[in-house]
Ligand binder design. Sequence first.
Ligand SMILES: Nc1ncnc2c1ncn2[C@@H]1O[C@H](COP(=O)(O)OP(=O)(O)OP(=O)(O)O)[C@@H](O)[C@H]1O
Ligand SMILES: [Mg+2]
Length: 232
Amino acid sequence: MTAPLLQVRDLRGGYGPVRVLRGVDLQVHAGELVVLLGRNGSGRSTLLKALMGLIPATGAAQWAGRDLLALPTHQRARLGLGYVPEGRDIFPHLSVRQNLRLGAKPAAGKAAAAWDETRVLTLFPALAARLRTPALALSGGEQQMLSIARALMGNPQVLLLDEPTEGLAPQRVAATVALLGQLRAGGLGLLLVEQKPWALELAGRVVVLGDGQARFSGASADLPHDISKTWL
Ligand SMILES: Nc1ncnc2c1ncn2[C@@H]1O[C@H](COP(=O)(O)OP(=O)(O)OP(=O)(O)O)[C@@H](O)[C@H]1O
Ligand SMILES: [Mg+2]
């Protein structure tokens, strides 16, 4: 197998004195969908934030051999790390188009086909019809599309997604599942926080986070019963 794009070793971090991550090991390859599992409060969102540089962390996180932890958030994004946070972090008073443009970054490295507004809108026709609409006027499902569309405008090579289908109607969930499969087939690496059966089916690999460490990494079919019992 080729070298992972994102290689995390002994990652530690939290909120001031609250230590949440206590030595996490994790890898994501190009075109691989890794699902991050864990109980509520196990630190899944914290891990994504630490990878994006939104909270301080120590240990090692390498991006194609480069030290990610030394870089501020915007430089991590420029290298090709995308992020769709919990609760869809869009700018409510800006239009759909303005939100998309704020996410735009040139493709780093040799991206096969770079994402731009036209290509992103082909994927989300519902947004194309609402380009001048303020984001706050969108439905929950449309806001989720905008959040993913904006992340794609940044031309990520690995996309971190934090419970992207939370609160969505079943139809929209199904569309998101199809989309994630399509993005992965296009070579995107995905690190997905999602504890639903569809995520396990889609996963190339699952990682179980428990008490601040990765307790299991492998195919979801191989997840040992005692690991699920203790950590999920
Ligand atoms: N801003 C914060 N300040 C202090 N502690 C925090 C903060 N955010 C989260 N925590 C704590 O860190 C721990 C991990 O939280 P995190 O949000 O990463 O969990 P999670 O696995 O994403 O779970 P869920 O999304 O179900 O809440 C929890 O104990 C939480 O209370
Ligand atoms: Mg969370």
